[in-house]
Design a protein around this ligand. Structure first.
Ligand SMILES: [Zn+2]
Length: 737
């Protein structure tokens, strides 16, 4: 810890005297409260058109809308929902090959919509989608069309009268630049929102071949293996080329409207192949397009997306784009999801700091059942806007995500090798009701890590020497680290190292026996022995006092300790036969092979050589949850900033706002939580909140923003206790300070 000798009073005085507290060393918990707002993704100010709107509305016209739709209905709905930002698209263009709606006649529907939105005082983005074009464009400019690996121009997979365009050649760089300039000149929108602007998979057109060769000296890659030199170079080249496209579009539209900006629709998290740090620096706001969950996605996924965007955007607005339909591979784009499912998706985004943006395809409504639900959420956010203007998340734990690990180490297996480790920790933190943030692995500098006591590295395999130095500095300054499996065993481009770059922190060495997938197979029927006798009442055993052993993870690295460990609470019971049944008995009851390496050089370090986090996501074993949670609490080693005691599964987030603290409780207790859609909500019983607040801060009053009533605050020293009688879908406790 940076200043253990200071009393809290001295601490606050120090903070005040120092003025800005963008301290470059690790912060003690109380300094959080005196800290300047979080680090922004860019020093450039956010223009008002991007900072002001709290509720966005997107209307994506379909081609025959001009003869069917009723603009007055939509203006009324924008007004009813208090939408203050809008995104619309159909106008009579003068640019050759810019397709006009066959139903447009002489109308300028785009102009009508922009004028109407401006009358409502809305910020306006205009959406373009460059990913497909028609026969006439292909005939005149065959080089605009994307080409497959066999050299054939690509037909559109869904609309066979169309062609897929190349995102990296003249279609985007020349034709779409002209379109964007025309739109900006005619309608003066605040910005342009690009959908599917970054291509539809690998392209083997003449421009891609020539440009890639000029940049790298290589031919286009023919394999997806990220360690293939051409693929490795292509990953970087493609990202650079798309960032330069955003630079071009920004430069051209700003000649017409200096305040305007490109808002590219892009992915998030470790899977995103674009350089999100570079992208975040170029945009005043970003839109996270997560229409709805699908398959086995958890309802907290929208919150995870919010945390990932915030990790690179800082305090700039992050917008949660949600759809109202069923989002599965079958693409029912005109459908309406259950109102409970739409609602939980949006509520979790709000709790995690996003501003909502509804997205509606087709202005002609085939099913109106979503309208009232969205209106209800939007009106609630408007009514409580004062408490939703989030300034800073109050979290002491951060989960690191790494695009380079997914791209260069994970490759085609990034979901299981990389993302599933993070999802395991995410689920464990949600179940443990511990507020946390996510951190991009290119932001491991001391300023970005300053708010956190503990950083979790879920199999962050690909790390540079410089990144490892940053982690060393974090620990030296009192920060704690938890790492799993192959963390730091590869360099930043996914090339294997002989030993962990963080071997000194872990105090273990890799033996060199690198596990080959499936050979030897993952560990079957292996266990973890809890060494109660040697270490009675160890923190790692909390809730497992009666468990002599628990199931193991399924993949384990062979490592050897480089120094003696004072405590080895978890040891390996190696795999033994699981068939025939007569043979199912442990050959070794006890080994001295550790399953968890704990040490305390300055901050605390916990290293699991196994994929216990990924195994937890696959198996969801409650014993693994306890081990992960106990390890985190051991590492964090400070009184919790907040505890929420009571039944149920909750996503808990805590925010510091101008003049208030807000605590969001999103009730995920639902039979359809791990496989939606929700049918309904089920109230959970009384929750007791214990919030640690420096004694110098005095709460004036506390309110429940959903139940719409005041609540009593009991104070004992630093701890405020508030009781929430029940939570149906969500509750927000707002404490004025
Ligand atoms: Zn191409």
């Amino acid at each position: 810890m940076s200043s253990p000798s200071l009393t809290r009073r001295e601490f606050l005085q120090t903070t005040t005297a120092a003025g800005a507290t963008a301290a470059v060393t690790h912060l003690a918990p109380s300094l959080l409260w005196g800290q300047a707002p979080g680090i922004s993704g860019s020093a450039q100010p956010v223009p008002t058109w991007a900072s002001k709107p709290q509720r966005w509305a997107q209307l994506t016209l379909v081609e025959d809308d001009p003869i069917h739709f009723d603009p007055a209905f939509w203006f009324d709905y924008f007004q009813r929902t208090r939408s203050d930002g809008g995104c619309v698209a159909y106008y009579p263009t003068d640019i050759p090959f810019h397709h006009r709606s066959a139903w447009l006649n002489n109308r300028d529907v785009l102009g009508e919509l922009v004028t109407g939105c401006r009358k409502l005082n809305m910020s306006v983005l205009i959406r373009t989608d460059p990913h497909a074009t028609y026969d006439d464009a292909k005939a005149a400019h065959p080089d605009w069309i994307a080409v497959d690996a066999q050299g054939n121009p690509r037909r559109h997979w869904s609309s066979p009268e169309m062609w897929v365009t190349c995102a990296l050649g003249p279609y985007n760089f020349e034709f779409m630049t002209a379109v964007h300039k025309e739109i900006m000149s005619r309608y003066k929108p605040d910005g342009l929102f690009f959908n599917r602007w970054d291509g539809s998979g690998d392209c083997y057109c003449i421009h891609c071949g020539e440009n890639f060769k000029a940049a790298s000296g290589l031919d286009l890659p023919r394999t997806t293996n990220p360690q293939d030199p051409a693929r490795k170079a292509y990953i970087q080249w493609r990202s650079d080329r798309l960032i330069s496209l955003i630079d071009l579009w920004n430069a051209e539209i700003r000649k017409i409207n200096p305040e305007a900006s490109s808002i590219p629709n892009n992915g998030s998290g470790a899977h995103n192949p674009l350089n999100t740090i570079a992208l975040s620096e170029r945009t005043p706001m970003l839109v996270a397009d997560r229409q709805a969950r699908r398959g086995l996605a958890a309802p907290w996924l929208m919150g995870k997306t919010a945390k990932e965007y915030r990790a690179t955007m800082g305090n700039k607005p992050v917008i949660g784009l949600f759809g109202v339909g069923v989002e599965e591979p079958y693409r029912w784009k005109d459908s309406v999801n259950s109102s409970a499912e739409i609602r939980i998706w949006v509520l979790d985004s709000l709790a995690n700091g996003m501003r909502p943006w509804f997205s509606k395809f087709s202005a002609t409504l085939h099913d109106e059942r979503w309208l009232n639900g969205v209106e209800d959420i939007y009106l609630w956010t408007q009514k409580n806007q004062h408490y939703l203007t989030h300034q800073q998340p109050l979290a002491r734990v951060a989960l690191v995500y790494s695009q380079q690990t997914a791209l260069y180490y994970g490759g085609d297996h990034a979901q299981t090798k990389v993302e599933d480790h993070a999802l395991g920790w995410y689920q464990a933190l949600i179940e443990s009701r511990i507020p946390f943030e996510m951190v991009h692995d290119h932001n491991l500098d001391s300023a970005h890590l300053a708010p956190y006591k503990t950083i979790i590295l879920p199999n962050i395999a690909a790390l540079s020497d410089a990144q490892c130095d940053q982690l060393r500095a974090f620990v030296k300054n009192g920060g704690s680290l938890i790492a799993t499996h192959e963390t730091s065993l590869y360099n930043e481009l996914g090339a294997p190292r002989k030993n962990f770059a963080l071997a000194d922190l872990f105090a273990v060495d890799f033996t060199g026996n690198r596990p080959v997938p499936q050979n030897p197979p993952p560990m079957l029927n292996s266990y973890i022995r809890l060494e109660h006798q040697a270490l009675p009442h160890h923190a790692i055993f909390s809730g497992l006092e009666d468990a002599p052993r628990v199931i193991n993870a399924v993949s384990r690295l062979e490592v050897t300790p480089s120094q003696p460990f004072a405590e080895t609470p978890l040891t390996l019971i190696p795999s033994y036969p699981d068939l025939p049944m007569e043979k199912v008995y442990p050959r070794q009851q006890k080994t001295n092979i550790s399953c968890l390496y704990l040490r305390q050089p300055a901050g605390r370090i916990a290293y699991f050589p196994s994929d216990i986090d990924r195994t937890f996501w696959e198996v969801l074993c409650a014993d693994h949850l306890k081990l992960l949670r106990n390890t985190l609490l051991w590492a964090n080693n400070e009184p919790p900033e907040i505890e929420v005691l009571g039944p149920g599964l909750l996503d808990v987030t805590v925010w510091r706002n101008p003049g208030s603290i807000t605590i969001h409780l999103v009730n995920l207790t639902n039979p359809m939580t791990m496989k939606g859609p929700y049918r309904d909500f089920f109230p959970i019983g009384e929750q007791t909140l214990k919030l640690r607040l420096p004694e110098a801060l005095h709460p004036k009053q506390a309110r429940l923003l959903v139940a719409e009533k005041s609540v009593v605050v009991d104070r004992s020293g630093e701890v405020l206790t508030i009781t929430v009688p029940s939570v149906l879908d969500h509750e927000v406790v707002a404490i004025d300070i």
